[in-house]
Design a protein around this ligand. Structure first.
Ligand SMILES: *[C@@H]1O[C@H](CO)[C@@H](O)[C@H](O)[C@H]1NC(C)=O
Ligand SMILES: *[C@@H]1O[C@H](CO)[C@@H](O)[C@H](O)[C@H]1NC(C)=O
Ligand SMILES: *[C@@H]1O[C@H](CO)[C@@H](O)[C@H](O)[C@H]1NC(C)=O
Length: 397
């Protein structure tokens, strides 16, 4: 915006309005927004804009041009709207996503950035903006609520560190009535797709990492087509939990690792018809032998599928995959190492061209299980309870 401003000035100087250009008030420069808040006569003196240079934690990445709006009554929100001592509102001039650094997030991890992230998300929710998280290590001491239409994307190497969080979920995606809806934010447009991408998200081994929660009394399709992409989700009790009324566009190229109870837990009993897809992801290295890589419990009346494409399950030390109920399909997936696969009585699983080299075999206690092609060595044990259907077509050994 600085460039734009000076370009405008040069244009005016070069043009015919020389007299007008000379009357343009120069931009004042201040160190940070605290200095702007302290001013009481800039607007009355005719200053139209203020250039803020930096902030305590983020340096010049938090700076920018603020344009005077007059006494509009808009509250100071800490990042985009700054109100000075004369009650004049100065609005940050920008296009594109809103940055957590503007709201005072600390990329060094020395102080908690929860309030800054929350304020950034609140601005994004009210203004249909996306959130950008510039590279850094951010400590978050409370969970974040991310509305499903909002994208939050990392830029460079980004770590969100929830190691201090002891309850709830690190990031809950979806509207919560008492939170956003009752606060007067607009209803969710079911075709507006949000995305969370490109970051390492770490916990302290006790909470859920990402909870997709569509449950809402006011808006049925509260997490429409959400996308999780290039996330490394580590050290949680449950890595990713997909709850009710969630239409998930997909998990793309995500890694879920070092989970204590479940890597991925899908439980959707109250809602039918949605497909959930997982692409090119990896679920591996559980923290203990009782942890389950992916647990699918969608209820037997669910018509939507859970589809896994090119996803690998590795070294879980216990059950790598449990299909407890609902339909699950696996295309070109890879099961290797210290794990087993179970399909329980209400489950229906199909494996197309999958590759199995597991220390423990299959435990098929019901439902139907079909194998089409793929690599299924004879050394794998397959415990099949009588009365269940297992079809094996074109297996390679
Ligand atoms: C985040 O903002 C919402 C809406 O203003 C507020 O209700 C909530 O308490 C805030 N949460 C945190 C952790 O600051
Ligand atoms: C979580 O568990 C891992 C692996 O057991 C361990 O290395 C890490 O220190 C634990 N994190 C916390 C915060 O306890
Ligand atoms: C299959 O049955 C055997 C004998 O009961 C048991 O030792 C083994 O753990 C079972 N395999 C799986 C994958 O459950």
């Amino acid at each position: 915006m600085r460039t734009l401003h000076f370009t405008t000035l040069l244009f005016l100087l070069a043009g015919e309005c020389l007299v007008h250009a000379l009357t343009v008030t120069p931009v004042v420069t201040l160190q940070d927004v605290t200095a702007l808040r302290a001013q009481n006569n800039y607007y009355s003196s005719g200053y139209a804009a203020v250039m803020i240079l930096s902030s305590q934690y983020a340096g010049e990445k938090a700076g920018g041009l603020f344009v005077a709006q007059g006494k509009t009554g808009q509250a100071d929100d800490g990042g985009v709207y700054i109100v000075d001592a004369a009650s004049v509102v100065w609005e940050r001039s920008f296009s594109g996503p809103v940055s957590v650094l503007w709201y005072g997030a600390d990329p060094t991890g020395a102080t908690a950035s929860t309030t800054a992230f929350n304020q950034t998300i609140n601005y994004a929710m009210a203004n249909n903006a996306d959130v950008v998280v510039p590279s850094g290590h951010y400590v978050l001491d409370q969970g974040l609520q991310l509305p499903s239409k909002i994208s939050m994307n990392g830029e460079g190497a980004v770590t969100l560190d929830f190691a201090q969080l002891m309850t709830g979920a690190a990031i809950t995606i979806g509207e919560v009535d008492s939170y956003y809806y009752n606060a007067g934010f607009p209803l969710v447009d079911i075709f507006q797709q949000g995305k969370l991408s490109n970051m390492l998200i770490i916990g302290g081994n006790v909470t859920t990492g990402i909870f997709l929660n569509g449950q809402s009394t006011t808006e049925q399709y509260a997490t429409p087509f959400y996308t999780l992409e290039k996330l490394d989700i580590k050290f949680f009790n449950i890595g990713v939990m997909i709850g009710q009324q969630t239409w998930l566009n997909g998990l793309f190229s995500c890694a879920i690792q070092q989970y204590s109870r479940y890597g991925l837990y899908i439980s959707n009993a109250a809602n039918e018809g949605e497909d959930i897809s997982i692409y090119n992801s990896a679920i591996f290295n559980a923290n203990n032998a009782n942890a389950i890589g992916a647990y699918i419990a969608r209820g037997s009346s669910i018509s939507g599928d859970v589809n896994f494409y090119g996803t690998s399950f590795d070294y879980n030390g216990g059950p790598g995959l449990v299909v407890a109920s609902g339909q699950a399909r696996f295309f070109g997936c890879h099961f290797e190492g210290d794990l087993s696969v179970s399909v329980e009585s209400k489950g229906y699983a199909e494996f197309f061209g999958c590759w199995f080299r597991m220390d423990y075999g299959f435990d098929i206690t019901g439902g139907q299980t079909n194998f089409f092609g793929g690599y299924l060595p004879t050394t794998n044990t397959m415990n099949v309870t009588s009365g269940t259907t297992v079809n094996i077509v074109d297996r390679q050994t």
